[in-house]
Structure formats: structure tokens, C-alpha cells
Design a protein around this ligand. Structure first.
Ligand SMILES: [Zn+2]
Length: 444
């Protein structure tokens, strides 16, 4: 191996393979002669590789084995080199494997089987697609939109394979709307998540008892017995499904504060709408655009907005009282013990019992129906932040994807985003390792 070839081999960095040839090609794929001059930046680099060590079976990893068939040269897109597009060229063989008796294509340290990009390139694409719309990533690398998606899928799949599978002890059940543009039979999906890590672990179409039962059927008895608490929104079928299971019939079931507050917020919104529907000009003038304001906790309302809210509340006592109830509910759900939650909830129920106020009375009935599951918050407090994060990530994804058609992909991406692989040291290591070549021991 000449010096030039040795340096190039070291930079390209795939153990067991050496660089045979490097050529510059222009946009039309024609070879550009160098003759000591620097080729224009639009020229791409093509690196031809050759194997130095014995081949490995891609199926079982066995070293050696005779050549079964020589295949035509294949091309893989690699990371750009000093801004130049790089393509790897290699002609693999089919190995006649003595161990598994297969004839699979030899194992390549830079790419997974059937992929047209190298692992390290896919890893970069995935990392970009993690925070950028697919179209932007496609433009950045000059790729097709579907190629980006496939590369991203391959990287996430590889990442999923390296992850530890912790035992599920705290379960969150949540329903998600698939968006206005979704035309399928089901308008909702049910997502089961691990509340310890916040990661979604299972998804299914629909939001009925059957959907949750399908998930339960996929669990082993030991897995069910490991579950300590189930947290869900106030959707009754979820409760029924869990109670209907013979192992989980007695497991503590709570409504997480996030969803209880959301339900109360809906009641206040409805009340606000009904008030403004018949409002006079004064109230309309100050109350315009307070839709989101009335849902915000007082401590997070800015000074100017506080003034506006106070004005609205002075004009309409009904709305003021509803806002107070919402504030009170936030405090009650944070109360430290069963006695104070019970007392607080009783007080709220008394304040919302008037039948004339329809939205608040509906909230009253709903809180009454879910009494036990809310009180249980005293003993079992699910991490609300996790549920909120999952919710926010979902909304970001659905909005950015403008209605995903491939829901398996959407779910994978959600898991990837929630898990945030770069949050812990170990996660960073595993994530960076995705792009590395497969460890190859020298064949003897
Ligand atoms: Zn084999």
C-alpha cells in the first residue's frame, strides 16, 4: 500500500478495508482528471474500497467462508468530506458460510444490509431530522424526501436495538387525536407510556376498552404483576379495561393532575364562550382574546394581562368564580395527603354544584364520578412533567409532520424524541456509537 493510499485508508477508517482508488466526478458522473489542480467544489469524491481481511457472514458473524458469488460494485452515500459529497464504492461477495450454511452478502462495517447510506451518514441525518422538518434535512444533504425518512428509520431502529428494556412499573395511558387531516377509520390512538422514563412503549388505533385489552394481551403475567400504578386521563374505557383484567383488577388507578386540570379548563372555556355569546359591548371590548388567559395559572399571568383579567372578572362574577375554582383545583391536586385532598375536593364540589351553571355542573359531576381515582393521588403521584412532555412532543410532531400517514414512523419518532438520547452520558455514548463501524476482530 502506497503512502497516499495508507493515509486515505486511515481517514476513511473502516478496519479490514483499504482505499484502492479515489476519483473526482462532476455532476454528470464523468471522471474529472486532476493533473495537480484542485477540482471545482461541485465535484464529488468517489472512494473505492477493497477488503483486506477474511469476509464475515452477515447473518451469523462467522469469519471466513468461501466466495459463493461475486456481486457487482455497490455505492453508499457517506458523510461529506470538507464539504464535498462522498460516495463509497465496493463490490461485495456472497459468502458460503460454513456455520449457518447461508449464502448471505458479507458483513460490511460501514452499512447495514439493504441500506444505501453509511451508518454514520444515517446517524447525522437522524440527528438533524430530530430537530428539523424532513424537507429541510432533505435540502441540506441534497437527498430525496423519502430517502431521509428511510435513513432516519434505519438509525432509530438501530438505536432501539441498543437500548435497555426496563421493567414497566408505572404505566400511563393516554389518547391522542390524529389530527384534522387524518382520513383513516380511527380518529384517535391510545399510547401506553412508561411514567418512570416518560417513553411511549406501545400504541394502538382507537381509544376503547378493546384497544387497552389488546395491549394487556401482549403482556406476560410477570410483566402485569410488576405494574405498581396506572395513571390515565378521565376516559372511562381505560379504567374499565384495567379493572377488567384479572391480574390488574386491584392495581392503584389514578387520574394524573395534568388531565384533571385539562378537563376543568375545558369547563371554564365552555363557560367563557357561553358568557361571551350573550355579552354586551363593554364585556366584549375587554374580554376579547382572553381564551388562553383564563386557562393560565394566576402566578404565570403577566402584569398587563392580570389587569385585563381583573376587569373581565369584575364585569362577570360567574367567570371569576369559575377561574377561582380552577386555581383552587390546582392547589388541591398538589396537596400532600389524603385528608387535605379530600377536604379540598369537597369544597370544590360544593362550589360547582349549582345546576344553573351548566359547564361547571358538568365538571362537578365528572369530578364526582372520578372521586376515588383523584383522591388516590395522595398515595400515588405520577410524574406530571413526563405526561406533559409526551403531550407536547406529540403535538409538535403532528403539527410539523402535517398529519403523518405512516403512524409506525410517527410513534418511533415520538419515542426517540421523548427518550432524548443525548440527555444522559450513557445515552450520548450509545447514540454516538450508532455511527461507528461494526467492531471487527482481525481474522486469523
Ligand atoms: Zn453464517
Amino acid at each position: 500500500m502506497g503512502q497516499r493510499s495508507r493515509i486515505l485508508t486511515q481517514i476513511v477508517g473502516f478496519p479490514g478495508f483499504k482505499v484502492m482508488d479515489v476519483t473526482f466526478k462532476n455532476e454528470d458522473g464523468e471522471v474529472v482528471e486532476q493533473r495537480g489542480e484542485t477540482p471545482p467544489p461541485s465535484c464529488s469524491l468517489e472512494i473505492t474500497l477493497r477488503r483486506r481481511w477474511s469476509p464475515r457472514c452477515a447473518k451469523c458473524g462467522a469469519i471466513g467462508g468461501r466466495r459463493h458469488e461475486q456481486l457487482a460494485p455497490r455505492r453508499w452515500r457517506d458523510l461529506p468530506w470538507a464539504g464535498r459529497e462522498v460516495t463509497l464504492v465496493y463490490a461485495p461477495i456472497r459468502v458460503d458460510c460454513k456455520r449457518c450454511r447461508g449464502h448471505s452478502v458479507e458483513q460490511l462495517s460501514w452499512a447495514e444490509p439493504h441500506q444505501r447510506q453509511t451508518k454514520r451518514f444515517q446517524q447525522h441525518v437522524a440527528l438533524d431530522a430530530f430537530s428539523m422538518p424532513v424537507l429541510h434535512v432533505a435540502t441540506k444533504y441534497g437527498l430525496d424526501w423519502s430517502t431521509v425518512r428511510r435513513a432516519e428509520c434505519a438509525a432509530i431502529e438501530r438505536w432501539e436495538r441498543t437500548r435497555p428494556q426496563p421493567t414497566l412499573t408505572k404505566v400511563g395511558i393516554d389518547e391522542k387525536w390524529l389530527g384534522r387531516r387524518h382520513r383513516g377509520k380511527h380518529k384517535f390512538v391510545t399510547i401506553i407510556s412508561d411514567l418512570e422514563s416518560g417513553e411511549p412503549v406501545w400504541w394502538g388505533y382507537g381509544r376503547s376498552e378493546v384497544t387497552v385489552a389488546t395491549w394487556l394481551a401482549s403482556l406476560l403475567r410477570e410483566q402485569k404483576e410488576a405494574i405498581r400504578v396506572v395513571a390515565a386521563d378521565m376516559h372511562r374505557p381505560f379504567f374499565n379495561a384495567i379493572r377488567g383484567d384479572d391480574v390488574l383488577a386491584k392495581v392503584p388507578f389514578v387520574h394524573d393532575p395534568f388531565h384533571v386540570i385539562k378537563r376543568a379548563g375545558e369547563a371554564v372555556s365552555e363557560l367563557r364562550r357561553s358568557i361571551f355569546f350573550r355579552a354586551g359591548p363593554t364585556l366584549r371590548a375587554v374580554g376579547c382574546g382572553t381564551r388562553w388567559l383564563v386557562l393560565r395559572p394566576w402566578e404565570r399571568v403577566k402584569e398587563d394581562d392580570r389587569k385585563r383579567l381583573t376587569q373581565v372578572f369584575r364585569l362577570n362574577g360567574k367567570l371569576a368564580r369559575a377561574y377561582q375554582v380552577l386555581e383552587e383545583l390546582r392547589l388541591v391536586l398538589r396537596a400532600p395527603d389524603r385528608a387535605s385532598i379530600t377536604a379540598g375536593l369537597m369544597h370544590i364540589l360544593r362550589r360547582t354544584e349549582r345546576r344553573a351553571n351548566i359547564p361547571m355542573r358538568k365538571l362537578h359531576d365528572s369530578l364526582g364520578r372520578h372521586w376515588h381515582e383523584i383522591i388516590a393521588l395522595a398515595e400515588h403521584r405520577p410524574p406530571t412533567g413526563r405526561i406533559e412532555a409526551l403531550n407536547n412532543n406529540w403535538e409538535t410532531l403532528v403539527r410539523r409532520g402535517r398529519g403523518y400517514r405512516d403512524h409506525q414512523h410517527l410513534f418511533r419518532k415520538l419515542r426517540f424524541m421523548v427518550a432524548n438520547p443525548v440527555r444522559t452520558d450513557d445515552g450520548v455514548k450509545r447514540f454516538l456509537a450508532l455511527g461507528l463501524p461494526t467492531p471487527h476482530r482481525r481474522a486469523s
